[in-house]
Structure formats: C-alpha cells, structure tokens
Design a protein around this ligand. Structure first.
Ligand code: VAH
Length: 317
C-alpha cells in the first residue's frame, strides 16, 4: 500500500485519485491534518494524521502495511516566510518522521523539492541539475535540507528515496495555499469569473510552471523508474514552461479576448520570486527516467479554462 501525507493539498488531492485509479482504491491510504468533503476521504482509506506526530504516523503505516510513502504535507514558500519557526518544525520535523517510518518499514519514499531550493547566487537561466543552492527563504532552506536528508537516508540506510524539484504547479481541482506561484492559478479562476486579474507578481518575472497532469505523471514515472538508471535522486529538476504573468494573459486572451491584466505587486512574494531561477534545465530527468511534459502554455490554458469555464456555466445555469 501507498501512504500519502498532505493528501488534501494541491498535489495530494489529485495524486491520490490517480494512484487509486492505477493501483486500486484500497491500495492508497490518504492522510491529512483534518478531513474535508473531498471525495478522496470516501473513495478509499482516509486517516487523520499530524505529520509532526511520529508515533501516529508509524502506527498508521504499520497498520496498513505500507511499502511506499509519498510525503506531501508541508507549508509553501509565502506561508513559510511569514511563519519560519512553524515552517521549520512542520517541513523538517514532518520529513524526518516520514523518513524514519520509511526506514523502519523499508518503504520506497517520495517527497517534492522545488525551484525554491535555488537562491540568488544560483545561475538563473537554464539552471543546471547540479549547481549552487544558497536559498534565502525558509522554504528554500527546508527544501535544500530535505534534498540532503533524503540523499543521506539513501547513502546511509539504502532507503529508496526519490524527489522532484517542482516548478509552480497549475491545477483546477484544489487551489494551492500559501505559495508564491499561486498567481498562475488564481489568474485562470479570475479570467473565468471576472474577465480580469490583478497580479501580485510583477510583469517580466519569469518562473518555471507545469500543469498538474504532467506533475502527477512525473511522480509516478520517477517512482516506477529502474533504480539502477538513477544517477540523481533528490531531487530532479522538472519543468514544462518558463512564463511571466504577461505570457499567461496572452494565452488566456486567445480563449477570452477581452481578458485584462493589471498589477499590484506584493513586495514579499516578489522578493521570493526574484530569488528563484527564470528557467531550469530538466535534461537529467529526461535522460535518467524519460521525463516529458505534455502540456505547453496554450494546451494548459485551453484545458484549465475548459474545466473552470464549464463550472462557471453550471453556476450560471
Ligand atoms: C510555492 N507552489 O509557490 C510552490 C512551489 C515553485 C513554487 O514551491 O511555494
């Protein structure tokens, strides 16, 4: 069985549904700090779990005899910068607990890293897989520490740990909470509901993004990859596009001609975005386990607006 922490989050809510489709409803134990009306609390095993409680995590993993742990529970960059101590305790304490449970029960292990694991001194264009990582955000410190901790558990205990440095993820199922790239999700919701959006990230701020379906496929492809092919483990650069708010707005206008974009920059989240790469190089992921992004900006925009627009029409009906 697969244990997923943070199962009701932006990635978790869609990953659990996809994993249950592939491996069976009963094969995926979804856990989160609190429950919700989301269908994944009903379509298969769901347990309340605070990942800072190591005994509770071990008990659930043991009871369901899990052999894979996908640890997603974490605070994202903007929230982490507002609450650095809470971020350290949750992001690092939760990760350590999950790694210890995985070690004791000999589980395969996945946790996401992020382009946030790079800092101002990292080369910003086509950022290499192996390069300097001196992030100046608490989230970035958590992500670099997490990468090193996961590699440590591989070298020290032989634990099969794997990870992906995700770009901003865009989805229509569960909005992200507390991220810096959330503007790239909000803009689509606003396009459908108001025909306009005010971005808190400045014009010309290029960041890597990826559509959620590509992110889910990447997690599953990485976890199913032949271990002997992996030169890297924690964590692979993956991306589908590098865009700024203007590029997204132009793609939206192809579907909603009258859409307008203006700016009210949030200095805190802009400072985080400015510390991250403009674009990262995903060649190691392509070479070692065949990573491929299927959605470019136009395809993602069409699909996002199709799903959100459909909802909007329903609401009007
Ligand atoms: C965030 N969505 O904004 C996350 C992600 C690369 C961005 O780490 O914090």
């Amino acid at each position: 069985r697969i244990l997923v922490t943070g199962a009701l989050g932006q990635i978790g809510s869609e990953l659990v549904a996809k994993l249950r489709e592939i491996y069976g409803n009963d094969a995926v134990v979804a856990t989160d700090l609190r429950s919700s009306a989301h269908e994944i609390t009903r379509t298969g095993p769901f347990e309340l779990l605070d990942v800072t409680n190591d005994k509770a995590m071990y008990e659930i993993a043991k009871r369901y005899q899990v052999d894979t742990i996908i640890h997603l529970a974490a605070l994202l960059s903007a929230t982490a910068e507002e609450k650095p101590l809470l971020a350290w305790n949750l992001n690092m304490g939760g990760l350590m607990n999950a790694l210890e449970v995985a070690r004791e029960l000999k589980c395969q292990f996945f946790t996401p890293s992020s382009i946030g694991a790079f800092g101002p001194s990292t080369p910003k264009d086509n950022t290499p897989q192996d390069t300097i990582q001196r992030p100046n955000t608490m989230y970035g410190v958590n992500k670099v520490s997490g990468e090193l901790l996961c590699d440590y558990y591989f070298h020290k205990y032989g634990l099969d740990t794997r990870g992906l440095r995700f770009p901003g993820l865009i989805s229509y199922v569960t909005p992200p909470g507390g991220g810096t790239t959330d503007y790239a999700v909000e803009i689509y919701y606003a396009a459908v509901t108001q025909g306009k959006y005010t971005s808190y990230i400045a014009k010309g701020t290029n960041m890597d993004m990826m559509y959620m379906p590509d992110a889910l496929t990447a997690i599953i492809d990485l976890m199913e990859a032949d271990s002997s092919r992996l030169t890297h483990r924690n964590s692979f650069n993956v991306t589908a596009m590098s865009v700024d708010p203007e590029a997204i707005a132009a793609a939206i206008r192809k579907e909603i001609p009258g859409f307008t974009l203006d700016y009210d920059v949030d200095p805190k989240r802009q400072a985080i975005a400015d510390s991250w790469p403009h674009s990262i190089d995903a060649s190691a992921a392509k070479a070692e386990w065949g990573f491929r992004a299927r959605y470019d900006l136009d395809a993602m925009t069409k699909d996002m607006l199709g799903h959100l627009g459909g909802r909007q029409l329903l609401r009007k009906a």
